[in-house]
Write a protein that binds this ligand. Structure first.
Ligand code: FAD
Ligand code: NAD
Length: 158
């Protein structure tokens, strides 16, 4: 099957956008991901799918901890930055939460201990056991058909 057909089909599944962060020693690393899901309530587990070539993979594997920040509608630039789409290196002022770097002013910051890692094709599924959460008011950054979107309340399904 053609890759573009697969990506076009997967792009029809509207998602939010997250930035995954972790810390290995004093070294902090972040990466944009929309392959995120809630998995289990008891215990509280979440999942992110990380490409095997991503720098993030050895970071999470070795750190044994990671954080997920759900971006708000004003954080498109941060999404592009942590996807490596902006050709510059920035000094990022992280919000430190439970001694983990997370994205400031995101809708949600989640910190987790690594629960399991499952190789799946060219990605690795990292399951995290959630240890703490912060929630803030705001609207989400959405991703649909390979483009960023905002939710319009007027178009809410009744
Ligand atoms: P790099 O490419 O090395 O880093 C990303 C960028 O962040 C670089 O510019 C780097 O300089 C910067 N950076 C990282 N840490 C810091 C720091 N501490 N201080 C300052 N700058 C820093 N890929 C997936 O595997 N799974 C997904 O679910 C996924 N979803 C995506 C969703 C969207 C909307 C987009 C746009 C991309 C998505 N990607 C996903 C692709 C992924 O974000 C990129 O391939 C990314 O570049 C891979 O990250 P990396 O760990 O290799 O980091
Ligand atoms: P796109 O049209 O490539 O993405 C549409 C959808 O396809 C995504 O939401 C995702 O569900 C799926 N997808 C894309 N690349 C994938 C991959 N390598 N593995 C598994 N699923 C994938 O959108 P775009 O704006 O061109 O994406 C920008 C960049 O970010 C591309 O390089 C893309 O590969 C990457 N990306 C990767 C993932 C991922 O690894 N899970 C997800 C989204 C975007």
């Amino acid at each position: 099957m053609d890759d573009r057909l697969f990506r076009n089909a997967m792009g029809k599944f509207a998602t939010g956008v997250t930035v995954i962060t972790t810390k290995l020693g004093e070294d902090v690393h972040g990466m944009t991901a929309n392959a995120f899901m809630s998995v289990s309530l008891d215990p509280k587990l979440v999942l992110v799918s990380v490409g095997n070539k991503a720098t993030m993979k050895p970071y999470i594997t070795n750190a044994g901890k990671f954080a997920i920040s759900i971006l708000n509608e004003e954080q498109k630039d941060l999404s592009a930055y942590f996807a490596g789409q902006i050709n510059e290196t920035r000094e990022i002022d992280f919000y430190w939460f439970q001694e983990m770097p997370t994205i400031k002013e995101a809708l949600v910051n989640i910190v987790c201990d690594l629960h399991d890692a499952v190789e799946a094709g060219d990605h690795t599924l990292f399951l995290g056991k959630v240890t703490d959460i912060v929630i803030r008011d705001g609207e989400p950054l959405a991703f649909y058909e390979g483009k960023y979107r905002e939710l319009e309340d007027s178009k809410r399904v009744k």
